[in-house]
Design a binder for this molecule. Structure first.
Ligand SMILES: CC(C)(COP(=O)(O)OP(=O)(O)OC[C@H]1O[C@@H](n2cnc3c(N)ncnc32)[C@H](O)[C@@H]1OP(=O)(O)O)[C@@H](O)C(=O)NCCC(=O)NCCS
Length: 163
């Protein structure tokens, strides 16, 4: 029997508890800590200058089938704005049905319409072999000449004072 594809829509403030639960499930799967709360998500994504946008897929009231979070990014070497996908998660029971691709496509459409995005950038953990295969399948390629660098909160605070 063919099931109806889930509608994908922009997350609203009232969706944040469910969105945070989905992101917590993703963190658990990746063995990451998850200090984020719905309050943090509201502060980060629903202020005057949102630091992220989220699209969600939901077919039942109390749970999400999938979610994607993304933010604007810019490349001068491509002279293009893009979308940085920080989180992508599909519920285990829904995997393999095309929802991950649909969420990425929806984020591409949305960011192209809102800020003219023309590419996607994201990071995938070395141990996330299946996710890497998924991205490979969709045409993503690694940038071998590039290393992801990270300045943590304490380093960031120290740097801020170094004007
Ligand atoms: C990665 C993830 C988002 C993929 O979502 P999904 O809904 O299962 O993937 P889709 O059904 O949309 O698959 C899209 C295509 O990728 C392929 N694909 C998906 N997983 C694959 C795998 N492990 N190996 C090879 N191909 C794969 C599918 O076959 C499909 O290709 P096709 O249409 O030609 O058959 C999902 O598995 C997930 O949430 N994983 C756990 C969380 C995670 O690791 N997120 C990413 C963090 S970087």
């Amino acid at each position: 029997m063919l099931s109806t594809p889930q509608t994908i829509r922009l997350a609203e403030k009232s969706d944040l508890p469910l969105l945070n639960a989905a992101l917590a499930a993703l963190s658990a799967e990746l063995d990451d800590p998850h200090p984020a709360t719905p309050e943090f998500l509201e502060q980060a994504g629903f202020g005057p200058l949102p630091a992220f946008y989220a699209l969600i897929a939901q077919s039942r009231p109390d749970v999400l089938d999938g979610a994607i979070m993304f933010s604007p990014v810019t490349s001068t070497s491509m002279a293009s704005t893009g979308s940085f996908v920080s989180d992508l998660w599909v519920a285990e029971s829904t995997r393999g049905s095309g929802l991950g691709r649909r969420l990425l496509a929806a984020a591409a459409d949305w960011s192209a319409a809102k800020w003219g995005a023309g590419y996607i950038k994201l990071a995938v953990y070395d141990q996330s072999v299946k996710s890497r295969q998924f991205y490979d399948r969709l045409g993503f390629v690694p940038k071998d000449s590039e290393t992801t660098m990270f300045l943590d909160k304490s380093g960031f605070e120290t740097l801020k004072g170094c004007k």
